[in-house]
Design a protein around this ligand. Structure first.
Ligand code: PGA
Length: 248
């Protein structure tokens, strides 16, 4: 049995006050949550979030990392720095990083490797564009994205990787993939892992992301191969986020 995982991706939305309110709000409703819950904060708030979750079952993640350990990379943050704050998770290869900051499959694969090398669990994101789905190329795209990582880090590394399938056309749009569309793609992703190792394919968590909300979470997470969610907009309100956490 795979444990349900619900991760909040706050993106570039936070203030000292909102982080306090949001984290304390989530903590106050965690008693009957069985899912593993992670909140991914912007870099300046990692330390604040980490301090707030001490001794709780809430985990903190970052949203990106640089592949270098240190040096002349103005404005960048390394995996070692993230780890230094006691943070255990990092989103890698989010579609916004791929489309706005030019992250290729090769760069994303390298980031997954650097995260793993530093003891961070990557939330490794994949997903097709609208035109790729409409032209029937979803499977080709997710295969390319997954295989770039398998080729670099090997299938064994998936024991420490969380995959997030996020169809780009569903992110922030209010248009969610139907449970059937999501389930079909999740099953396909699992089959790609099974080519290399069927046990690892069965144990790897594959989260769905893209306009998941309290109304649709239960049906999506109820699908056989959907092991939780990566939540953007609905992770910014404690009540909505908790309802999704309880859907698992
Ligand atoms: P959304 O974002 O839930 O706002 O669609 C999901 C994500 O980008 O991870």
């Amino acid at each position: 049995m795979r444990q349900t995982i619900v991760a909040g991706n706050w993106k570039m939305n936070a203030s000292k006050e909102s982080v306090n309110t949001l984290v304390l709000g989530i903590l106050s409703g965690m008693a009957d949550v069985e899912s593993k819950v992670i909140v991914c904060a912007p870099f300046p708030y990692l330390s604040q979030a980490e301090a707030l979750v001490t001794h709780s079952q809430l985990h903190v993640g970052a949203q990106n990392l640089n592949i270098s350990a240190s040096g002349a990379f103005t404005g960048e943050v390394s995996a070692g720095m993230i780890k230094d704050f006691g943070v255990g998770y990092v989103i890698v290869g989010h579609s916004e990083r791929r489309s706005l900051y030019g992250e290729t499959d090769a760069i994303v694969a390298e980031k997954v490797q650097i995260a793993l090398d530093n003891g961070l669990t990557p939330l490794f994101c994949i997903g097709e564009l609208l035109e790729e789905r409409e032209s029937g190329n979803t499977e080709i795209v997710v295969s390319r994205q997954i295989n770039a990582v398998i080729d670099l880090v090997g299938i064994e590394a998936f024991k420490n990787i969380i995959v997030a399938y996020e169809p780009v056309w569903a992110i922030g749009t209010g248009v969610t993939a139907t449970p059937q569309q999501a389930q079909d793609t999740h099953a396909f992703i699992r089959s790609l892992l099974a080519v290399h190792d069927s046990d690892i394919a069965q144990s790897t968590p594959i989260l769905y992301g893209g306009s998941m909300n309290p109304e649709n979470a239960e049906e999506l997470i109820g699908c056989e191969d959907i092991d939780g969610g990566l939540i953007g907009g609905a992770s910014l309100k404690a009540d909505d986020f908790l309802r999704i956490c309880k859907a698992g």
